[in-house]
Ligand binder design. Structure first.
Ligand code: SF4
Length: 354
């Protein structure tokens, strides 16, 4: 029996941050990008975790700000022939898989994700092959190659229902790649799951003790937690859910103050929708501790204005354009469609990943 390798996120070198721009430079970039989007028949779709100025630009130019699946759906439905995906690599791949006839560009193809990095297709395939009696369920934050090896793809908004359904049918489940999300689902559903040991470098850093202390200092605040966080952090939450579910909770809960344990890029949308509420970052380190990502994904941060302009003007396809092998895309569509069909049957709206 092959055990899932323990993934050490410290092995992932973080990319450099984009060079800071003055207000005048930002203004000039925004104007050029607006013109280029029109000229190139392109639309900008941005993830909730990108920097606020990128989310604002996507909205100003008729694009969208959403989770990964909604980004792909929006791109599919939009009449533009080119999609500029401001997010991380697997999001560009999902958009290309669902919309193969469109050109999909990314500000940088180097924007990856520790869950994707920590789950290389070859090793994951070997793990699955060693457990042929298991049904393979993978989270959306994976490469097209890993999805192609799976029986089911799930997003955080429908993972509980699908795992519950598979468990009730007697399936033995092999889950990948996020160990915290996997533990959360296993605990909620009671389904035993064989687990790949990946983690998100951002959510893995939230600290339960410091969060508890912050909550004690702000007893009126509700705590919102993404389930990629450690279980000890999830246990303190008033609401646990995907990005879209947390945004909804921030609108619907009666509290005026929220402590938020997910990437701080999400504050843009929460503050936009609830301008009179206060949002506080959940702590990423205890007393004297350091954090590496500090509640902001280093790969999401690569989607700067400079890179977006470059993607729109560059002729070098290898730097910005997303390609997914058609055979691989076809295989990845099988578990993706299973999830979408299951959701349609339940009449559930499937929302994206992180
Ligand atoms: S926040 Fe975490 S899960 Fe999301 S893209 Fe970054 S590393 Fe991946």
């Amino acid at each position: 029996m092959i055990e899932a390798p323990v993934v050490d996120d410290l092995h992932y070198p973080f990319p450099p941050k984009p060079a800071p721009l003055s207000d005048e430079e930002k203004k000039a970039y925004r104007e050029r990008i607006k013109r280029l989007l029109k000229e190139k028949d392109a639309v900008l779709v941005a993830h909730y975790y990108t920097d606020p100025e990128i989310q604002a630009l996507a909205e100003e130019t008729g694009g969208c700000v959403a989770d990964s699946l909604e980004m792909a759906r929006f791109g599919n439905d939009h009449p533009a022939s080119t999609l500029v995906v401001a997010g991380v690599r697997f999001m560009g791949e999902t958009a290309k898989t669902l919309t193969p006839e469109k050109r999909v560009l990314m500000p940088t193809l180097d924007a990856t994700c520790s869950l994707d990095l920590g789950c290389p297709a070859e090793e994951f395939t070997a793990f699955c092959d060693a457990h042929p009696d298991h049904t393979v369920v993978v989270y959306a934050n994976t490469s097209a190659a890993v999805k192609a090896r799976a029986d089911w793809v799930v997003t955080s908004s429908i993972a509980l229902e699908i795992v519950e359904h598979l468990d009730s049918e007697g399936h033995q489940i092999l889950w990948g790649p996020d160990r915290h999300l996997g533990s959360y689902i296993a605990k909620q559903t009671g389904a035993p799951m064989l687990m790949w040991q990946g983690a998100c470098v951002v959510h893995d850093e939230f600290k339960a003790k410091a969060l508890f202390d912050l909550k004690t200092q702000n007893p009126e605040a509700a705590v919102l937690v993404h389930p990629e966080s450690p279980q000890s952090v999830v246990e303190i939450a008033d609401a646990v859910g995907s990005t879209s579910q947390l945004i909804k909770a921030s609108q619907e809960l009666p509290n005026d103050t929220f402590i938020v344990a997910t990437d701080k890029g999400i504050f843009y949308k929460m503050e936009q929708l609830s301008p009179n509420k206060t949002f506080i970052e959940a702590p990423t380190g205890g007393n004297g501790a350091t954090c590496r990502s500090c509640a902001h994904c280093p790969w999401m941060a690569m989607n700067g204005l400079q890179a977006i302009e470059k993607a729109l003007v560059s002729e070098d396809k290898t730097e910005h354009e997303v390609f997914v092998d058609p055979g691989l895309a076809e295989r990845a569509m099988v578990p993706l469609n299973r999830m979408l069909d299951f959701a349609a049957e339940l009449k559930l709206k499937v929302k994206g990943n992180a």
